[in-house]
Design a protein around this ligand. Structure first.
Ligand SMILES: [Zn+2]
Length: 302
């Protein structure tokens, strides 16, 4: 079974099992301070990147048991549990949010990834969040895909007018998986299969982060000297992946490469104080990392 197959086969039953999803992951209601700095309402967290309007849109969440096989297998569940407990989190489960980045670039409306879509009852809220941000699905002009796993491409069919940007290697991998046949039929003629490093829109550049899937991409968005790096699945959990970059989730296709990429990315981010958008970190998934001991620490921020 390929990694992609296993990802779908494993995650779907998990979310269908109806774990404690939603309450903890829904963005906090707006406060006066939040309204000033960028509002969080109805699954929408607004912020700016230089001159660009942006928002983190909540799609849903996934909770998996920390059982040494479902999500993290190496190292063992006890070690992962200790890392979680040291951060004040439950040691017996792992929760991942699903956030989608929206940026307005001139007259373009860009999404980075498309959420899980309707296949997952605990996710698929992206369109609702987008509407809460005042945008119809038809108004999305561009979707930059980090990689072809279900929680990132599952929602693609909801955006009939969007050009879909995907690294050529990733698009090939998506097409070679028979499970994606329906998706490929709907979006195939709107895909821009690009080479790593390509600029997609003014200020929006793809940044290869190797190891998770064949053509996994981060995206750097820059305006007036401010930068944001949308890291895709370079890291999955805001404690485990950041404190221990060498702990590899089952879905990293090439684990040693993914580990090296993760450490290098966090090293760069901490030394440059680079603002990050991490789709699976707690909503809205915005923050920075600081070096701490052998690893790093996630500092959530706007
Ligand atoms: Zn993912």
């Amino acid at each position: 079974m390929t990694r992609t197959h296993r990802f779908k086969a494993v995650l779907l039953p998990l979310v269908l099992a109806g774990c404690a999803i939603g309450e903890a992951g829904n963005p906090a209601p707006a406060t006066a301070a939040a309204q000033e700095a960028g509002a969080s309402t109805g699954g929408v967290h607004r912020f700016r990147i230089g001159a660009l309007e942006a928002a983190s849109l909540f799609d849903g969440g996934m909770t998996a048991p920390n059982d040494g096989k479902t999500i993290w297998r190496d190292p063992d569940a006890a070690t992962i549990g200790r890392v979680l407990a040291a951060a004040g989190l439950p040691a017996d489960q792992v929760r991942l949010d699903i956030n989608v980045l929206m940026v307005r670039v001139g007259d373009r409306v860009l999404l980075v990834d498309s959420g899980y879509g309707q296949a997952n009852p605990n996710a698929g809220k992206l369109v609702e969040s987008l509407r809460a941000a005042g945008l119809a699905p038809e108004s999305v002009t561009d979707i930059a895909i980090s990689h072809g796993h279900g929680d990132h491409v599952g929602g693609l069919t909801a955006f009939p007018n969007a050009r879909v940007h995907m690294a050529a290697a990733e698009w090939e991998a998506v097409q070679s998986n028979p499970r994606n046949a329906a998706l490929v039929a709907v979006v195939g003629n709107r895909v821009n299969a690009f080479q790593p490093g390509a600029t997609l829109l003014p200020g929006v550049t793809s940044v290869p982060v190797r190891g998770h899937t064949p053509g996994h991409m981060a995206y750097q968005i820059e305006s007036r000297g401010q930068r944001l790096l949308a890291i895709g699945d370079s890291a999955h959990h805001y404690v485990i992946s950041v404190r221990e970059p060498e702990f590899t989730i089952n879905f990293d296709g090439d684990a040693p490469t993914a580990e090296a990429s993760r450490r290098a990315l966090f090293g760069r981010a901490s030394s440059e104080r680079l603002r990050l958008f991490a789709p699976h970190f707690p909503a809205p998934g915005l923050g920075t990392v600081v070096k701490e001991g052998d690893g790093f620490r996630w500092v959530a921020g706007r």
